[in-house]
Design a protein around this ligand. Structure first.
Ligand SMILES: Cc1cc2nc3c(=O)[nH]c(=O)nc-3n(C[C@H](O)[C@H](O)[C@H](O)COP(=O)(O)OP(=O)(O)OC[C@H]3O[C@@H](n4cnc5c(N)ncnc54)[C@H](O)[C@@H]3O)c2cc1C
Length: 434
């Protein structure tokens, strides 16, 4: 692991393409003294901001407390890919939630993308939203999996067009010799400037009365009939608390920390492509992923840079040379980009759960948690926010669909769970190559 190092974080946004092109720099005050609220929210990524927004839309007085800046974590650093579906292989959860629960999760996996579509329109959020997505196949078995996936979606009434293409057909979307075909989702999945989406949602929440505090790390939650959220200089006293710190929450609540493993993923953004280079790479301007454990994901930004991500690992460390390592991966897919300058390179942490279903639940009667999207949370975080607001408003059915599923702790305790998972991931990477 000599080529890995801990990432150097400050409490300002990381040096990403997103931060450099953000619509505005947030400058919310630090929490000082005592504040009262109906709901206190910890963490200002997609999960926290959208939970606040959903609650404010329902008339609640909400206070959101963020350790760094709004969307400083995974929400402001990701690939910007809007991918529906929440969790995989839902039949595993039937013993807890029955067939109706599985159906509900399927439907929420569709609704989560629609929330983004509606929210962007309702609040006029400028975030380069674009529809169109492709899953690309490297092995023949990937094509069989895509075919089965399409059949499953269609059987369940998925409302958007899904189309399979062979190695020639896929080139109209992803012009690379690396792939033997792919499945295109024309209008249900897409891509977005994720930091600007989250900032726009924060502004919408603020316009509905949500009080936002930045640079205010929550050090302690005091549980009780009226729970309290303590920072170094202030306290929020609320009827309810929702923790949304995900992979960045550390040991604030040890019961949650042992169920979510922070895992690193890295992204680069090139200088803008010429028209000819766009035709040679992503002529249809869609977002793309391959189906491997340590997958490549890529898309064009609004100013036509190639934003290319990958290199997921469970060590929680980042490569010494994010740009050099990811550039090599990008050139394997698109060798014609060899002369392009790389303008940005960064990494971030995503929360991985063992069974890969997002974890929602109750730490007590009035303290709730949402975490562990397992690498795929841009759209699902909009859904978990909605069901948590519904639950607080007295309609717990959809929240409880998630809350009934049992989630195991990562084995190995605090010291050994990382090396154990890094080994596990290596095993899956080897399987991917077969
Ligand atoms: C590099 C990368 C690429 C990704 N690409 C994609 C993609 O293309 N598509 C996709 O669907 N998903 C992607 N993901 C995953 C997705 O970004 C996340 O699942 C999602 O953003 C999680 O949102 P969140 O709000 O739960 O967590 P975060 O965005 O991480 O927000 C958590 C926030 O909580 C704050 N916080 C933590 N502890 C405290 C505390 N004690 N007090 C106060 N605040 C606290 C943090 O500062 C942080 O701002 C990617 C993730 C990464 C890292």
């Amino acid at each position: 692991m000599f080529w890995l190092k801990p990432s150097q974080e400050t409490s300002e946004h990381t040096g990403s393409y997103y931060a450099a092109t953000a619509n505005w720099q947030t400058d919310y005050p630090q929490l000082q003294g005592e504040v009262q609220a109906d709901v206190a929210i910890i963490g200002g990524g997609f999960t926290g901001v959208n939970t606040a927004l959903e609650l404010a839309e329902r008339g609640y007085k909400v206070v959101l407390v963020e350790a760094n800046r709004i969307s400083w974590g995974a929400s402001g650093r990701n690939g910007g890919q809007i991918i529906g579906g929440i969790g995989h292989d839902h039949h595993r959860f039937e013993k807890w939630i029955g067939k109706e629960g599985i159906r509900r999760i399927f439907d929420m996996g569709v609704e989560c993308c629609e929330i983004i579509r509606e929210r962007v329109a309702k609040y006029d959020i400028q975030c380069d939203l674009k529809w169109g997505y492709g899953s690309v196949a490297i092995k023949p078995r990937h094509m069989r999996e895509f075919e089965q996936w399409r059949e499953y979606q269609e059987k369940n009434g998925y409302p958007h067009k899904l189309e399979l293409f062979d190695s020639q057909g896929i080139k109209a979307y992803v012009n690379s010799d690396n792939y033997i075909g792919g499945l295109i989702n024309h209008n249900g999945y897409g891509h977005v400037h994720s930091l600007n989406l989250c900032l726009g949602e924060a502004r919408a929440a603020e316009s509905l009365g949500v009080q936002i505090f930045e640079q205010s790390r929550v050090r302690n939650i005091v549980h009780g009939p009226r729970p309290e959220v303590h920072t170094d200089q202030g306290v929020v006293k609320a009827k309810y608390v929702v923790t949304c710190g995900n992979a960045y929450m550390g040991d604030l609540e040890p019961k949650l920390a042992c169920k979510v493993l922070p895992s690193t993923s890295c992204v680069i953004a090139t200088e803008p492509l010429s028209e000819a280079q766009i035709k040679q790479t992503l002529p249809a301007d869609i977002a793309v992923c391959d189906p491997r454990t340590a997958l490549d994901y890529f898309r064009l930004t609004a100013d036509k840079r190639m934003l290319f991500g990958g290199l997921s690992n469970y060590t929680g460390l980042e490569p010494n040379d994010v740009v050099g390592t990811l550039r090599k991966k990008m050139l394997k897919v698109f060798p014609e980009l060899a002369d392009l300058r790389i303008d940005y390179g960064w990494s971030g942490q995503m929360g991985i759960g063992i069974n890969r279903l997002t974890q929602l639940g109750r730490l007590s009667d009035n303290v709730f948690y949402i975490q562990a999207y397992s690498g795929h949370g841009v759209a699902p975080s909009h859904m978990t926010a909605r069901v948590t607001a519904e639950m607080i408003a007295g309609h717990a059915e959809r929240f409880d669909t998630f809350a009934k599923v049992k989630h195991m702790s990562w084995p190995g305790g605090k010291l050994l769970r990382r090396p154990a998972m890094a080994l596990g991931m290596m095993y899956y990477k080897i399987l991917d190559e077969l």
